[in-house]
Design a protein around this ligand. Sequence first.
Ligand SMILES: NC(=O)c1ccc[n+]([C@@H]2O[C@H](COP(=O)([O-])OP(=O)(O)OC[C@H]3O[C@@H](n4cnc5c(N)ncnc54)[C@H](OP(=O)(O)O)[C@@H]3O)[C@@H](O)[C@H]2O)c1
Length: 259
Amino acid sequence: MALALVTGATGGIGQELCDILAAHGFDLVLVARNKNRLEEMASQLSTRYSIQAFAFPADLSERDAARNLYQAVTEAGIEVDFLANNAGFGDQGAFLDSRWERQRDMIEVNILALMELAYLFGNDMRKRSHGRILNVSSVAAFSAGPYMPTYFASKAFVLSFSQALGEELKGSGVTVTALCPGTTQTGFWDAAGMDPHNVFSLMQAQNPRSVAELGYRATMAAKPVALHSPATKLANIASRIAPRRLSTWLMGQVLSRRG
Ligand SMILES: NC(=O)c1ccc[n+]([C@@H]2O[C@H](COP(=O)([O-])OP(=O)(O)OC[C@H]3O[C@@H](n4cnc5c(N)ncnc54)[C@H](OP(=O)(O)O)[C@@H]3O)[C@@H](O)[C@H]2O)c1
C-alpha cells in the first residue's frame, strides 16, 4: 500500500487532502504543530478508511524540523510515495512595521521546510524510481503583494522551484506538481490577521475540498501546475500581459484594506 506525508494536515486544504488520500487507500503521515488534533485525525482516518495513519507533530518554522521529521519517519521504517508540502501561512501588514521573527518563520515554513522535505524525500523517491511531490503555491505567485510581500514572494518561489525541479526529474519516475489555489475558505485568513471578506469581495472564496481534489488529481496525473478557480486562471493570464507596475498597484489597493 502507498503512503502519503501531508504537512499542514490539521486545517483547511491539508485536512481535505488527507481525507481524499485515505479514501484512495493511502496510508498517512500527518504533520502539523497541534499534537492532539493530529492524533485525533489519525485515529478517525484509520478507523474510517481502514488505513494506517501516523501523527508526527512538528513546528516547521524551527530550523532542524524538516530534517528531524525525515529522520523520525525513516527510522520508523516508513517509505513516502506521495509528499504533500502544504503547510504555509501569510501575514498582512507593511513589511517594515511587521515582526521580523514572523517574516523569518514564513520563509522557514513556506520555503525552506518545503525545499528540505523535497530534497530528502525526493532523493529516496529517485532511488526507488517512483514518487509524487505536491507543493502548494497560490494565486499569489502571479504578482507582487504589497502589505503581504514575503508571502507573495514565497509562493512565487514555490511555483518556480516546483516547475524547475519537475523538469530536472523528468524520466526519473518522480513527478512534481505545483497547486495554485485562489481565495479559499480555511483558517488561513485568521492566521494572517485578515478579514477574508475584503478579498472575497473580489474573488469568490473556494471550498477547500475542491482545491484538495484538484491537487490530488493533478499530482496523480503528473501535471506540473494546477490552477484552481477562474480568478487564478485570470491572474495567470494577466501576469503575462498586464504591466507588473499596474498589477502591483492593484494588489496593494486590495491588500491594504483591513476589516
Ligand atoms: N486559504 C487560501 O485562501 C489559500 C490560497 C492559496 C494558497 N493557500 C496555501 O494553502 C496551504 C494550506 O493553507 P490553508 O488555507 O489550508 O490554511 P490553514 O487552514 O491555516 O492550514 C494551515 C495548516 O498548516 C499548519 N501549519 C501552520 N504553521 C505551521 C508550522 N509552523 N509548522 C507546521 N505546520 C504548520 C497548520 O497546523 P498547526 O496550526 O496545527 O501547525 C494547518 O494544518 C498554505 O500553503 C497556503 O499558503 C491558501
